[in-house]
Ligand binder design. Structure first.
Ligand code: CDP
Ligand code: CDP
Length: 220
């Protein structure tokens, strides 16, 4: 496998990006990066300081001084962390502070990265870009089931409203908005379970990679 192959997996909240990206990475022997963790950890560090996630100067400072252990914090998920992540993610200086790090990660040995702007901004030259979606109802159901699994009592309608608001904030920001790259392959997983989504995605990835490698001198 070409060591520098990058696969971009983007899409709205709870579409199954992470689950799919992790499996693609394992199958292809590539490193995996959940880029949402970078924004989640930044948001958390801002909240730790008692600051407002809209405060661009504080958020940029926290993004720039992030340490690897911040990405493993146990409190990066849940409504407050979700919205803080999305709020700091709309700040251009935060995105700029996190960009090189993501690019270096992918360039080192190739990688599968999941997020919102991997195919549009971080790796616009990636040979394979997937945009994973599912209906808003299905995505809310998936996130609600996850919360149930973690023993967190949640109201389905409230989870749906939070996802709706976060997607709207992510899609409407001026910098690196949530949207498919022009050459992204759309994968609607509404009626697919995780295994079926992986099978469909893997077939798409193999096809794109075969075309890509045909056009280069690199051998698989
Ligand atoms: O990363 P993202 O927020 O897009 O979603 P995820 O955390 O990977 O997946 C959310 C939940 O949906 C997980 O519990 C998955 O098991 C489940 N799921 C999935 O990932 N893919 C499907 N096609 C169906 C369900
Ligand atoms: O798992 P889920 O889809 O709910 O969220 P995530 O991927 O962990 O991302 C959390 C937030 O970080 C998103 O709502 C985006 O605002 C932001 N994000 C981003 O702006 N760009 C990325 N490449 C990844 C995440």
């Amino acid at each position: 496998m070409n060591a520098a192959i990058v696969i971009a997996v983007d899409g709205p909240a709870a579409a199954g990006k992470g689950t799919l990206a992790r499996r693609l990475a394992a199958e292809l022997g590539l490193p995996y990066l959940d880029t949402g963790l970078l924004y989640r950890a930044t948001g958390r560090r801002v909240l730790d300081r008692g600051a407002d996630p809209h405060d661009a100067a504080v958020a940029a400072e926290e993004a720039a001084s992030m340490r690897p252990e911040d990405l493993a914090r146990p409190d990066l998920r849940g409504p407050a962390a979700d919205m803080a992540a999305s709020t700091v993610a709309a700040i251009p200086a935060v995105r700029a502070a996190l960009l090189d790090w993501q690019r270096e990660f992918g360039r080192r040995h190739g990688a599968v990265l999941d997020g919102r702007d991997i195919g549009t901004v971080v790796f616009p030259e990636a040979p394979v870009k997937l945009f994973v979606t599912a209906s808003p109802e299905e995505r809310a159901r998936r996130r609600w089931l996850e919360l149930q699994g973690r023993g967190v009592a949640a109201d389905l309608a409230q989870v749906a409203a939070e996802i709706h608001d976060r997607d709207a904030q992510d899609a409407n920001r001026p910098v690196a908005p949530l949207r498919p790259a022009e050459d992204a392959l759309l994968l609607d997983t509404t009626s697919l379970d995780a295994d079926a989504a992986f099978a469909v995605a893997m077939a798409l990835v193999r096809e794109r990679l075969a075309n890509f490698l045909d056009g280069t001198s690199t051998k698989v």
